[in-house]
Design a protein around this ligand. Structure first.
Ligand code: FES
Length: 170
Protein backbone atom coordinates (compact mmCIF):
# COMPACT_ATOMS: atom_id res chain seq x y z
CA UNK A 1 0.00 0.00 0.00
CA UNK A 2 2.93 2.34 0.72
CA UNK A 3 4.24 2.10 -2.87
CA UNK A 4 0.74 2.76 -4.11
CA UNK A 5 0.36 5.87 -1.97
CA UNK A 6 3.54 7.33 -3.46
CA UNK A 7 2.11 6.94 -6.97
CA UNK A 8 -1.24 8.61 -6.41
CA UNK A 9 -1.71 11.54 -8.81
CA UNK A 10 -1.93 14.85 -6.97
CA UNK A 11 -5.55 15.49 -7.88
CA UNK A 12 -6.78 11.92 -7.32
CA UNK A 13 -9.65 11.63 -4.81
CA UNK A 14 -7.36 9.46 -2.67
CA UNK A 15 -5.31 12.61 -2.10
CA UNK A 16 -8.34 14.66 -1.07
CA UNK A 17 -9.10 14.07 2.62
CA UNK A 18 -12.92 14.28 2.37
CA UNK A 19 -13.08 12.10 -0.72
CA UNK A 20 -10.73 9.48 0.71
CA UNK A 21 -12.99 9.39 3.77
CA UNK A 22 -15.96 8.62 1.48
CA UNK A 23 -14.04 5.72 -0.11
CA UNK A 24 -12.93 4.35 3.26
CA UNK A 25 -16.46 4.62 4.62
CA UNK A 26 -17.93 2.80 1.60
CA UNK A 27 -15.37 0.03 2.12
CA UNK A 28 -16.00 -0.18 5.87
CA UNK A 29 -19.80 -0.27 5.38
CA UNK A 30 -19.77 -2.96 2.71
CA UNK A 31 -16.63 -5.03 3.19
CA UNK A 32 -18.45 -7.97 4.79
CA UNK A 33 -21.51 -7.87 2.57
CA UNK A 34 -22.27 -10.11 -0.35
CA UNK A 35 -21.31 -8.35 -3.59
CA UNK A 36 -19.10 -5.92 -1.67
CA UNK A 37 -17.17 -4.84 -4.77
CA UNK A 38 -20.31 -3.70 -6.60
CA UNK A 39 -21.70 -1.97 -3.51
CA UNK A 40 -18.46 -0.09 -2.86
CA UNK A 41 -18.00 0.92 -6.50
CA UNK A 42 -21.60 2.09 -6.74
CA UNK A 43 -21.24 4.26 -3.69
CA UNK A 44 -17.93 5.73 -4.78
CA UNK A 45 -19.19 6.41 -8.31
CA UNK A 46 -22.37 8.01 -6.93
CA UNK A 47 -20.62 10.23 -4.39
CA UNK A 48 -17.35 11.07 -6.13
CA UNK A 49 -18.37 10.74 -9.76
CA UNK A 50 -15.64 8.39 -10.96
CA UNK A 51 -13.40 5.51 -9.96
CA UNK A 52 -9.86 6.26 -11.09
CA UNK A 53 -7.33 3.47 -11.76
CA UNK A 54 -5.61 4.31 -8.48
CA UNK A 55 -8.92 4.12 -6.63
CA UNK A 56 -9.53 0.71 -8.20
CA UNK A 57 -6.16 -0.54 -6.89
CA UNK A 58 -6.93 0.87 -3.46
CA UNK A 59 -10.40 -0.69 -3.31
CA UNK A 60 -9.10 -4.07 -4.54
CA UNK A 61 -6.42 -4.13 -1.86
CA UNK A 62 -8.77 -3.05 0.91
CA UNK A 63 -11.31 -5.72 -0.12
CA UNK A 64 -8.56 -8.33 -0.55
CA UNK A 65 -9.58 -8.93 -4.15
CA UNK A 66 -7.52 -9.24 -7.31
CA UNK A 67 -7.35 -5.92 -9.16
CA UNK A 68 -8.73 -7.66 -12.26
CA UNK A 69 -12.01 -8.30 -10.47
CA UNK A 70 -12.53 -4.64 -9.57
CA UNK A 71 -11.32 -3.44 -12.96
CA UNK A 72 -13.58 -5.98 -14.69
CA UNK A 73 -16.68 -4.57 -12.99
CA UNK A 74 -15.68 -0.96 -13.73
CA UNK A 75 -15.10 -1.63 -17.42
CA UNK A 76 -18.14 -3.87 -17.90
CA UNK A 77 -20.75 -1.35 -16.71
CA UNK A 78 -20.83 1.94 -18.59
CA UNK A 79 -22.26 3.54 -15.43
CA UNK A 80 -18.76 3.58 -13.97
CA UNK A 81 -16.41 6.32 -15.17
CA UNK A 82 -12.67 6.21 -14.67
CA UNK A 83 -12.06 9.92 -15.13
CA UNK A 84 -13.76 12.92 -13.55
CA UNK A 85 -16.67 14.24 -15.57
CA UNK A 86 -17.53 17.82 -16.29
CA UNK A 87 -20.40 19.71 -14.74
CA UNK A 88 -22.38 19.11 -17.94
CA UNK A 89 -22.37 16.12 -20.27
CA UNK A 90 -23.07 15.91 -23.99
CA UNK A 91 -23.61 12.34 -25.18
CA UNK A 92 -23.78 11.13 -28.76
CA UNK A 93 -25.99 8.18 -29.58
CA UNK A 94 -24.04 5.50 -31.39
CA UNK A 95 -27.10 3.35 -32.14
CA UNK A 96 -27.67 2.21 -35.73
CA UNK A 97 -30.24 4.86 -36.70
CA UNK A 98 -28.06 7.68 -35.39
CA UNK A 99 -24.99 6.21 -36.98
CA UNK A 100 -26.73 6.05 -40.36
CA UNK A 101 -28.07 9.60 -39.88
CA UNK A 102 -24.54 10.96 -39.47
CA UNK A 103 -23.70 11.09 -35.78
CA UNK A 104 -20.06 10.67 -36.83
CA UNK A 105 -20.03 14.17 -38.37
CA UNK A 106 -21.60 15.56 -35.25
CA UNK A 107 -18.92 14.00 -33.12
CA UNK A 108 -16.22 15.47 -35.35
CA UNK A 109 -17.83 18.91 -35.05
CA UNK A 110 -18.03 18.56 -31.27
CA UNK A 111 -14.38 17.56 -31.01
CA UNK A 112 -13.36 20.53 -33.16
CA UNK A 113 -15.59 22.97 -31.29
CA UNK A 114 -14.41 21.98 -27.84
CA UNK A 115 -10.94 20.76 -28.74
CA UNK A 116 -11.34 17.55 -26.77
CA UNK A 117 -11.96 13.91 -27.65
CA UNK A 118 -14.88 11.67 -26.72
CA UNK A 119 -14.51 10.65 -23.07
CA UNK A 120 -12.66 13.88 -22.24
CA UNK A 121 -13.63 16.97 -20.31
CA UNK A 122 -12.87 20.58 -21.21
CA UNK A 123 -9.94 22.00 -19.18
CA UNK A 124 -12.34 24.27 -17.26
CA UNK A 125 -14.18 21.17 -16.00
CA UNK A 126 -17.45 22.26 -17.60
CA UNK A 127 -18.30 19.88 -20.45
CA UNK A 128 -17.64 16.17 -20.98
CA UNK A 129 -18.23 14.50 -24.34
CA UNK A 130 -19.43 10.90 -24.21
CA UNK A 131 -21.00 8.24 -26.37
CA UNK A 132 -24.16 6.36 -25.46
CA UNK A 133 -26.30 3.55 -26.77
CA UNK A 134 -29.73 3.96 -28.38
CA UNK A 135 -31.92 6.17 -26.21
CA UNK A 136 -35.14 5.13 -27.97
CA UNK A 137 -35.56 8.28 -30.04
CA UNK A 138 -34.45 6.72 -33.33
CA UNK A 139 -37.11 8.55 -35.36
CA UNK A 140 -35.30 11.79 -34.46
CA UNK A 141 -31.82 10.57 -35.37
CA UNK A 142 -29.15 11.75 -35.05
CA UNK A 143 -29.62 12.35 -31.38
CA UNK A 144 -27.51 13.99 -28.70
CA UNK A 145 -28.30 13.94 -24.99
CA UNK A 146 -27.44 17.17 -23.27
CA UNK A 147 -27.33 16.41 -19.57
CA UNK A 148 -30.55 14.34 -19.48
CA UNK A 149 -32.36 16.10 -22.29
CA UNK A 150 -32.66 14.32 -25.63
CA UNK A 151 -32.18 16.63 -28.62
CA UNK A 152 -33.03 15.11 -31.98
CA UNK A 153 -32.33 15.92 -35.61
CA UNK A 154 -29.08 17.51 -34.58
CA UNK A 155 -26.88 18.90 -37.32
CA UNK A 156 -23.18 19.77 -37.10
CA UNK A 157 -23.89 23.45 -37.78
CA UNK A 158 -26.29 23.55 -34.81
CA UNK A 159 -23.71 22.15 -32.42
CA UNK A 160 -21.97 25.44 -31.48
CA UNK A 161 -25.38 26.74 -30.33
CA UNK A 162 -25.80 23.68 -28.13
CA UNK A 163 -22.42 24.38 -26.57
CA UNK A 164 -23.31 28.05 -25.99
CA UNK A 165 -26.54 27.04 -24.32
CA UNK A 166 -24.75 24.57 -22.06
CA UNK A 167 -22.11 27.16 -21.16
CA UNK A 168 -24.81 29.63 -20.15
CA UNK A 169 -26.42 27.17 -17.73
CA UNK A 170 -26.01 28.02 -14.04
S1 FES B 1 -30.22 4.83 -32.52
FE1 FES B 1 -29.99 6.78 -31.64
S2 FES B 1 -31.83 7.02 -30.54
FE2 FES B 1 -31.96 5.02 -31.33
Amino acid sequence: MTELLKEIPVNDPLNVKEQKAIIDQAIADNKERLGAVMLVLNEVQGKIGHVSPTMQIYIARKLNLPLGQVHGVVTFYSFFKTRPRGKYTIKFCLGTACYVAGVGQLIEKAKQTLNIDLGETTPDGQITLEECRCVGACSQAPVVVVNDEVQGRMRPNKFPQVVKKVQSLP
